[in-house]
Design a protein. Structure first.
Ligand code: UD1
Ligand code: BG6
Ligand code: NA
Length: 365
């Protein structure tokens, strides 16, 4: 049921304060994290030589958003695999690997084939899925249900933010034996409990994003530059724009800008730069300066109160978002980009919930 909404994608975007709440329900306890599905396996995970994240599409992007904080809180190296590419390469998976499979539906063929492959190779296989009873949930050794509620729009939105939150809780649980990072973990846990409130706040940008969309309807292309925690936000924002609004869009690592993408910059090509507060902020400010000096048409996403810092002459359009704990910022930052993709699709007259040629769940290879 869409209720008062025009489309499922719109409903699911606006549902995020609630879906984030249900994802965390019963799992943040006594200042710590309790994940029933993992607790028996934490010791094995801590002993593993590597964590490999495996997924497709939006689920891959969610894992990428989690990579940095999982490495930080667990001290274990994390590598990323697109499921089909792991299979194409028959890439190495070892007995002392923890392979984490991320899939909203739990039925994506490539992800399930990669799971069979990792099981054959003897890795501990962990599932992160929205679907209780799915093939992924059944075939993995253990895992975590994201409990975001049924997602109907083909473009994944609320599952993405809930997947990141589940992986944040997983990182906290794995790292919970480390005394040196106790204060950091406490800060993240308190950040998690305030996320639903900040998600509600950032959703108030809806009409601003509609206005921004109307200024972009005739563009041929849209670039999104991110780095660090928000490289995934750039990829996922661009994926939303291309899959539903049917507009060419690429997410790019800002650190790679000079090695190619800079050649595209002119007065016409719209570029979103994600420059919210974190350890990469000063580097992103210098990216903005370099793009402005080439007359780039910029839309800057910054933390509330930073407008004058990132856009000294008022020369960029701004998306101001509430600041949360740095590693959780991707959960907030993607929401305006989901809204932008949604409005762009409606204004361009395309099918929001069933984009041409795409399926919610790709169950064939
Ligand atoms: C579980 C119950 C939940 C109940 C809670 C109370 C289920 C599905 N969940 O939630 O209803 O309120 O206990 O303590 O009954 N698993 C996999 N692979 C996956 C995902 C999960 O093997 O991809 C396994 C887990 O290891 C676990 C089980 O499925 O054994 C349930 O996982 P999850 O729902 O995340 O566990 P709880 O949050 O403890
Ligand atoms: C399809 C969907 O391509 O599968 C995407 O259209 C989704 O939205 C991708 O991200 C992966 O799906 P899942 O269910 O494995 O997360
Ligand atoms: Na299982």
């Amino acid at each position: 049921k869409k209720g008062s909404y025009d489309h499922f994608m719109q409903k699911e975007i606006h549902e995020q304060p609630h879906s984030l709440t249900t994802t965390m329900r019963g799992r943040l306890k006594d200042g710590g994290v309790l994940l029933g599905g993992l607790k028996e396996h934490l010791k094995t995970i801590r002993r593993s030589r590597r964590v490999v994240f495996i997924g497709c599409g939006t689920s891959y992007n969610a894992a990428l958003a989690a990579r940095t904080f999982l490495e930080e809180l667990s001290g274990i190296p994390v590598t990323m695999e697109v499921a089909s590419d792991l299979l194409d390469r028959q890439g190495p998976i070892y007995r002392d690997d923890t392979a984490v499979f991320v899939s909203q539906s739990g039925e994506t063929a490539d992800t399930l084939l990669a799971l069979d492959y990792a099981l054959e190779n003897g890795a501990l296989c962990v599932g992160i899925t929205n679907t209780v009873g799915s093939s992924l949930s059944r075939k993995t050794h253990c895992g975590i249900h994201i409990n975001a509620g049924c997602e109907i729009g083909v473009a994944s939105t609320k599952a993405y933010t809930s997947q990141i939150v589940v992986m944040a809780m997983m990182a906290l649980a794995i790292g919970s034996d480390q005394i040196s990072s106790q204060a950091r973990r406490e800060a993240i846990i308190s950040g998690l409990s305030s996320l639903p409130r900040y998600a509600s706040e950032v959703l108030k940008l809806d009409s601003e994003m509609k206005e921004l969309a109307s200024s972009l309807i005739d563009s041929e292309s849209l670039l999104v530059f991110g780095r660090g925690y928000n490289y995934a936000t750039a990829l996922e924002g661009a994926l939303k724009v291309k899959e539903v609004a049917l507009m060419h869009s690429e997410g790019m690592l800002a650190g790679e800008m000079k090695h190619g993408p800079l050649a595209l910059v002119d007065e016409n090509l719209p570029i979103i730069v994600i420059a919210t507060r974190d350890a990469c902020f000063s580097k992103q400010k210098s990216v903005i300066q370099q793009l402005l000096s080439r007359k780039g048409r910029l839309i800057v996403m910054c933390s509330k109160g930073d407008a004058s810092v990132v856009s000294p002459s008022g020369s960029c359009r701004l998306i101001e978002v509430p600041e949360v704990a740095d590693c959780l910022q991707p959960v907030i930052n993607i929401i305006p980009l989901q809204l932008l993709a949604y409005h762009l699709t409606v204004l361009r007259g395309f099918n929001v919930d069933q984009p041409r040629n795409l399926a919610k769940s790709v169950t064939t290879q």
